[in-house]
Design a protein around this ligand. Sequence first.
Ligand code: XUL
Length: 509
Amino acid sequence: MSHYLGFDSSTQSLKALIIDAAAGKIAASAIVHFGKDLPQYASPDGVLAHADPAVKHADPLMWLAALDLVLKRLADAGAPLAAVRGISGSGQQHGSVYLNATATATFAHLDPARELSAQFAGAFSRSTSPIWMDSSTTSEVRELDDAIGKRLQDDTGSPAIERFSGPQIRRFFKTDPAAYAATVRIHLVSSFLASVLIGGDAPIDHGDGAGMNLLNLRTGKWDAASADATAPGLLAKLPRVGETGSIAGKLAHYFAKYGLPAGIPVALWTGDNPASLIGMGAHRPGKAVVSLGTSDTVFAALDKFHTDPDGYGHVFGNPAGGFMSLACFKNGSLARDRVRTETGVDWKFFDATAFEQTKPGNEGRLALPWFEHEITPSGRPIGLRANFDFPAAPAAVRIRATVEGQVLSRAAHSAWVGKFDTIRVTGGASRSRGILQTLADVFQATVETIAVTDSAALGAALIAAHDTGGYSFDALAAQFCPTVETVLPRPENAAVYRDLLPALASLEK
Ligand code: XUL
């Protein structure tokens, strides 16, 4: 029996996926949409409404209700739960969960006769969890910067960032010191759910821990000075940092009610981006993943620990060992869609025809669709930027200018990571011929699409197979992440795009 279970607790849903590692097949999967399936939590997109648009919190009880429901759905569908030999999971990064002194007993005595959400109802010192979309911590970021300075990025992999857990914890300490004092444990979404599975206190891994502004990636330990600058007594409230590849504990008896074997190993959970690195088969340096979604992200395994000199990219732990980079570009698909709507064309035109009617480099015409506050680079005013009369140009020119502007920016802000031979593309826009060829030409790398759709949940299941079952990541990637389509770079376009870099730099000013 070679079945492994991976979870992905993302912003809007909880997915569970069982793989048969020996057969190289996905054996079962189930999903719970927080909005649709758990309407009692009033979080249509997984986020609670708040008068201040900068505040984005979620109810941790909703994540627990989803855990019961997704396992029930797997059991009801006859999934091979009894054959599962190990479990892991991934969580939306940066979200933090605050537990009070009663939580220890709750974890230790999970009662199969009652739902998890009922058992944990009194276990939180903060009833809601700030998540990665929250940007209410501008002053806390400044305070951390003032206290630690450049060393924060040099040692934790990122400068102080609003959505990172450290500034969020500091804000909680400042706004509700009594509730902070009553907090005995602060978990990430990932380590909290791992704790529930083992009925104990799971460590935080290097992948997700690096998204806190608190983990020293050079030592693999909590950074005492950053913790002190964040909030008093914080070190004692954090769980242990776990070694990459290690086991959090054994599955609690509670989960036997769904047919899972109690006592099987639960590997450390990680963040959704580190899990996706594994699920995309990109755990080795040289391969980057470009995820084209609401936001575009570019992430890749790093050959050694080093940081982005411009301060926009992050360094996280790689679940396969070592480190990975991640850069997030806020203006992704929604910006592409807005340009498409405004030019009055359909997706076929946007994805392919526009590129047939224009030439690579677009005769120097370039655009950046910054309709939302961009974070890479940050601090610039919003609006469409172009070095030509954008509204007057033909639709095909505007579309190529937008796509080339986006792709050049993704490449320019990933140059610090190193050279890639291969780019694996995922997300809705990976269907676009024009975008795939532009990626190949700008990065001068082979572009691959793969069949994986739920890369974080698959990555978590592969991590379970590796960490608890001894399967190698290379063998798992060969089986589960094969290439579907390849687009080759055209060497003659390398210089065309190199020559556009000064134009990009002036648009980004
Ligand atoms: C990464 C980040 C997001 C979340 C999404 O830094 O904030 O990608 O992990 O779930």
